[in-house]
Design a protein around this ligand. Structure first.
Ligand SMILES: Cc1ncc(COP(=O)(O)O)c(C=O)c1O
Length: 406
């Protein structure tokens, strides 16, 4: 049988990944959650492991995935609409909760319209193709997320280039070089870069883009993936646009699977562009949407985020982030500081990073090792992610364990 021959080749590829140190390996299987032990952050049970684990690597920055009201909204909706959409949007798969969520997300971001997709990954790959012509150039930050990299490949633009990370002068050079050669330019960047918690100077980026708009027949426009920014920072959780004070990004892509605690992705933009995407974007047209219950759960999360309660959750999250950053510095560690709840502890050595993460796991703390070749040698770090359900007691425990590491 043909797969027998393939199996051998595939096994060799897997062995190579292992040799190179990039094999992801076996996944931890979560078997249960203790929601709020003694008023502290949730503790997770893991298959084959004793004890209960504190997650310092969750993207659920506000802890909304375990919020009672969000869970209740999802349960009530599944009673009403059932568990799945049963069809893609244009073949009777559009439910009232989808439409309401799109309206609320557009309002939240101050944009005319919103289109939801099954994930942020599907959103990014789904929008770049229809927005790209045969004469388009796409410029991308060198550290952009994989969904952007693959989205650009699938879009098949006439030209593609990367500019240096967060370097708006490098972007400007590329725009200058391209002037007159393409019909349009799409500049695409992450909002928050999730490995480091850093973000672009959006005002400078937008002003450079505007400077070159007249050099191209269809202009230059911007796409930003703020999956780690929305609901994670900014006084009201509007992410990188709020933190930088820049509203001029043309299309904002984000996820409902991180701070909103549910699942799915979306893009907010002008009404005409949104309408065009519904007509032409394959991941929208030919793939099921999130379920109606997921849409109602995300609407509830958004309602909580966009309220006084949301503001106080974000305030606590910001205080806990500062507390943890200061705590690491006080015990002699190097961190990349910033307002975002991703806190990278710079270990700068692959073996030591792995050893520290293993040691933390032995002490019931889950964190993520970011090591070579994912980052250059010398930039190895442990990525800690703070959440609004972390308490000082939780963080003191983690800091004490890190301090005791030998
Ligand atoms: C920047 C960025 N964009 C997109 C995604 C994908 O989000 P989703 O799980 O909704 O596809 C991620 C998740 O890791 C991300 O970090």
């Amino acid at each position: 049988m043909s797969l027998d021959k393939m199996e051998e080749k595939i096994q060799k590829k897997l062995d190579k990944l292992e040799e190179e140190g990039t094999l992801k390996g076996e996944e931890l299987v979560i078997t249960g959650v203790e929601k709020s032990p003694d008023g502290n952050a949730p503790r997770y049970k893991i298959e084959g492991e004793e004890g209960s684990f504190l997650k310092m690597n969750s993207n659920s920055y506000l802890g909304l995935h375990l919020n009672e009201e969000v869970i209740e909204a999802e349960e009530e909706s599944s009673e009403k609409y059932g568990s799945g959409p049963g069809a893609v949007r244009f073949i009777h798969g559009t439910y009232k909760p989808h439409v309401e969520l799109e309206e609320k997300l557009a309002d939240f971001h101050g944009k005319e319209s919103c289109v939801i997709y099954s994930s942020a990954y599907a959103t990014m790959t789904g929008i770049l193709r229809p927005l790209t012509s045969n004469e388009t150039l796409i410029l991308s930050d060198e550290l952009n997320h994989n969904c952007i990299i693959n989205g650009i490949r699938m879009a098949k633009p006439k030209g593609k280039d990367i500019y240096s990370h967060l370097d708006n002068d490098s972007l400007e050079e590329k725009l200058q070089e391209a002037a007159g050669t393409y019909d349009r330019v799409i500049v695409v960047t992450d909002g928050v870069f999730s490995m480091r918690g850093d973000y672009p100077d959006l005002s400078e980026l937008v002003s450079k883009v505007r400077k070159y708009d007249s050099e191209f027949e269809d202009g230059v426009f911007t796409v930003m993936d703020d999956s780690h920014g929305v609901g994670a920072y900014g006084e009201t959780g509007r992410g990188t646009t709020e933190v930088t004070g820049e509203e001029g990004i043309d299309l904002i892509v984000s996820t409902m699977g991180k701070a909103l605690g549910v699942n799915g992705g979306y893009v907010v933009t002008k009404e005409t562009i949104a309408r065009y995407l519904r007509e032409t974007s394959p991941f929208y047209i030919y793939s099921n949407p999130i379920t109606a219950p997921e849409a109602e759960a995300a609407t509830k999360s958004l309602e909580i985020l966009d309220s006084e309660r949301g503001i106080s959750m974000l305030d606590h999250l910001s205080k806990m982030t500062n507390y943890f950053e200061d705590g690491l510095k006080n015990i002699g560690h190097e961190v990349i500081e910033g307002p975002h709840p991703v806190v990278p502890l710079m270990v700068r050595d692959t073996k030591k990073t792995r050893d520290m993460v293993d040691y933390l796991k032995e002490n019931e703390v889950l964190a993520t090792a970011i090591v070579y070749p994912v980052v250059p040698q010398g930039d190895e770090s442990i990525r800690f992610q703070i959440s609004a359900d972390h308490t000082k007691e939780d963080l003191d425990y983690v800091l004490k364990k890190i301090d005791q590491f030998e």
